[in-house]
Write a protein that binds this ligand. Sequence first.
Ligand code: 5AD
Ligand code: SF4
Length: 449
Amino acid sequence: MQSEINPISYPQIGQGDGVYISTYGCQMNENDSERMMTLLEMMNFRPVTSPDQASLIIINSCSIREKPVHKVHSEVGRYRKLKEQNDKLRIGVAGCVAQQEKEKLKLDIPLIDFVLGTDAIDKLPDVLSKVRGGQNMVAARFEHQQPYHIQTLIRNPGVSTFVNITKGCDNFCTFCVVPFTRGRERSRPFNHLLEDVQKLTERGVKEVTLLGQNVNSYLSECGVNFAQALKRIASETDIERIRYTTSHPKDFTDELIEVMATYGEKIMEYIHLPVQSGNSDVLARMNRGYTREEYLNKARAIFAKMPNAVLSTDIIVGFPGETEAQFDDTMSLLDEVPYENIYAFNYSPRPMTKAAKFTDQVPDEVKSARLSRLLEKHREIAFKLAAKYNGQTLRVLVERYDQDNGKVHGRSTGNKNVHFTGSEALIGATVDVKITDAKPLVLKGEMVL
Ligand code: 5AD
Ligand code: SF4
């Protein structure tokens, strides 16, 4: 089988120059930045931590919510001086804004040297050869790739890393731009996943997070579904911990709950299950494919098999047409599902999406008032839920050591951030920690020897 990690040698066009990547948005973008950096290092570029040390700057953009093009404009603007001082400096834009705006982005912002589509990361060597050869405009591959192949290229995988399993999305939630920026859903071959996870384990990785816009609809060409893939990765590799994100409630199956419960030693009991709204009519207009009751039934089924499961969610407030009573259904959902964490957003119309054309848009001030109420309600709930950790002993995988205060940082099986006094030697170890001070976002404790 062909190795997916570092398989090819690339032209050494970087000549040791610094490269700075600025990443916005989701974990998919973080993973793309990581893969770009890996390729760039193989081309003899050197990662730097500030733009003024770089001869190449790449903005990996996101268009899921806020004014994305505006953000790219202002960030590129900040580099104008650097470009005047350093005629070697090249600036590229990748990610979802690049995919949406294509060549137009370069025409609108002449300081940009190249624009890279979301499926064009492996084109980077080509594009940079052209850019460095003096071509002043390169826009790379905006058609989504079929057949699809993404390599899990990871430089310094560390203790915990992502493994892409699907790419794109077919769900067309009416608010969401992802199907337009990332294209149709494609699943990676199962043997590639298995090989990636095992190779990463051999490089010292303790935890992988399987990554996709909707991991639950993963289906390999030989018919392995997501629950089966999880089960086989748990039983056929030496990886210690497996996580995944993001789930879609409509595709979250009993088979998956069963696998998680059975392989609980390896598959972590944390589930991010975006609900978006607590009202069934709003959910229908969002094209989510489930009702409030169906969602609640899934949540109940999860806790029935995994009483210690930790749930988090995404919520959109002020979706077009959302009435006060419909918003109250979202508020009351928080009383029914014990979410330890929520990510809540004001609805923001996105180009090309159906909901952007709905005529009953909710005024901004109404959205913001609802968002504040929701966050305030959740704050109280989160403090109550966190209190249960006081006195508990959690299994924590240590990821980081902070020299300044002598604390180590790790995550519990339920994905809680845990801080305690320790040493650098603990990085990569899984230890028991007794919690002494539990807040919603951070649990402090002491290692149990
Ligand atoms: N407006 C507000 N929030 C959005 N999200 C996606 N699209 C929009 C939008 N147009 C949120 C959803 C999704 C999360 C990643 O971003 O809650 O789950
Ligand atoms: Fe967007 Fe819906 Fe696909 Fe998630 S499932 S990426 S919200 S279209």
